[in-house]
Design a protein around this ligand. Structure first.
Ligand code: EPZ
Length: 420
């Protein structure tokens, strides 16, 4: 797959599109599966590149990973090493989630500094501080780290800033540490709450997930079993914004609208015509979109992973607004690409842009800078005049399964030219 996407803009879109299982829960469930010796069966597992990367890493560790449609069975009985493979780890930041379970299982983990989206500095200082607090000894290898720990012991960890994966990493690792661990200033994302529920169903004693303070009582053993992933709220929000942009009528199905309340309030204020009906969001033609400023914030604030699609929507809105990206210091540079299509976005500093709209967009050759900005460029191409070519489609395939086919079914004129 991957290659280059070709889009003829302006086609009216309509129909329904189903939301897949949440990427940012799937990757953590795959890591948490190592906490037990029993097989974990994940359903609603999206067929995306990031899941392929994590599967390759698990396989390299001796773990059996098998897929059957939207179901994946992870059997960690064959776990044979704590050395994480450099090539795959460099391609996905979520690989850092494996360190804690491996430390609990083997007591000796070596991993290269993780890769991931280039959306700003992605340090792992809070991960290392957390593992050190739980009793690990850290050996800096220059290009990576080696962590050793005879036994992990519970403690209180106060995160200097809210971090989704650091919260998840410490939560799952602490399930196998002695005594009790308390996490303060924890992230509250729905994927964290769902992960804690799965672990509690299999012997863990986690309380407070979904609040800023999480308490974990360590246990000797964890069982494993079936889990169905929650809907991907970033997919649902992205497709709702596509509906508002396309001028057609879209129904987004298999969603969990309750996980996107902050997005709905912004879309409502912007004059987007939509209705929520159970697990479906109906987006109808919205003749006038108004500019509404937005600030990203950890859950339950406006999710940073929808900042790019929302900023694109604001280029088509009437008026001026400020987009304030508070979480990452490099997640607004893609706006230069939107400007090259005709948008009028002024960068005030790496965290803030002023968007003036509406501006017609025209197609051009683009390279997808990262996963979420890449998807915003696809949406831009779908509404632009003329042809848009988006290279480096791998970035989009990291988080959106079968995106070309799913958009074609809505009437989009989009094709993929495989990598030459
Ligand atoms: C998770 O990344 C998500 N990834 C991101 O989604 C999401 O954008 C982000 O949370 C924020 O919601 C996955 O879940 C796999 P953070 P994560 O730790 O955990 C700083 C996508 O598009 N920080 O919450 O890596 C960090 O630099 C991806 O699906 C430290 O300083 O983000 C950032 O400024 C992109 N030290 C802030 O915390 C650390 O040790 C929040 O980052 C760790 C993080």
């Amino acid at each position: 797959m991957h290659g280059t996407l070709h889009i003829e803009g302006g086609a009216p879109l309509s129909g329904s599109i189903a939301v897949n299982g949440a990427k940012n829960q799937a990757l953590k469930v795959m890591a948490a599966a190592l906490l037990s010796e029993e097989p974990c069966v994940v359903t609603n597992m999206p067929k995306i590149e990031d899941v392929e990367r994590m599967s390759a890493i698990l396989t390299a560790l001796g773990v059996s990973v098998t897929r059957d449609g939207d179901s994946m069975t992870i059997n960690p009985a064959g776990l044979s090493t704590g050395v994480l493979p450099e090539k795959e780890v460099n391609r996905i930041r979520a690989s850092v989630m494996l360190v804690g379970p491996l430390l609990a299982r083997t007591g000796d983990v070596t991993f290269p500094n993780p890769g991931g989206c280039q959306i700003g500095r992605r340090p792992i200082d809070m991960f290392l501080d957390g593992f050190r607090a739980l009793g690990a000894t850290i050996h800096d290898l220059g290009t990576g780290q080696r962590l050793t720990a005879k036994k992990l012991c519970g403690t209180t960890i106060v995160f200097p800033r809210v971090s989704v994966q650091t919260t998840e990493a410490m939560m799952i690792t602490a399930t196998r540490a002695r005594a009790t661990t308390t996490l303060k200033n924890a992230a509250m994302e729905p994927e964290i709450t769902a992960l804690a529920a799965y672990l509690n169903d299999h012997g863990a004693k986690i309380s407070g997930a979904g609040t800023p303070t999480i308490t974990i009582e360590g246990v000797e053993k964890l069982s494993a079993g079936p889990i169905t992933l929650i809907p991907d709220r970033v997919e649902a929000g992205t497709f709702a914004i596509l509906g508002a942009l396309s001028g057609g009528s879209l129904s987004i199905t298999n969603a969990e609208p309750a996980h996107l309340e902050n997005i709905w309030i912004h879309l409502k204020q912007a004059g987007v015509n939509f209705a929520v009906d159970g697990s479906t969001i109906h987006v109808m033609p919205s003749p006038t979109i108004k500019a509404v400023s937005m600030t990203t914030h950890e859950y339950p604030g406006f999710i940073t992973d929808l900042q790019a699609p929302y900023t694109l929507l604001m280029t088509q809105a009437k008026g001026q607004c400020i987009i304030h990206e508070t979480i990452f210091d490099g997640r607004l540079f893609y706006t230069d690409l939107l400007n090259s299509m005709g948008a009028n976005i002024i960068m005030c500093d790496p965290h803030r842009v002023v968007v003036n709209g509406p501006t017609p967009l025209h197609g051009r050759y683009l390279t997808s800078p990262d996963l979420r900005a890449g998807m915003a460029l696809v949406l831009a191409g779908l509404i632009a005049d003329g042809t848009t070519t988006i290279d480096n489609a791998y970035q989009i395939d990291r988080g959106y399964a079968d995106i070309v086919e799913r958009l074609q079914r809505l009437g989009a004129r989009i094709t993929r030219a495989d990598a030459s």
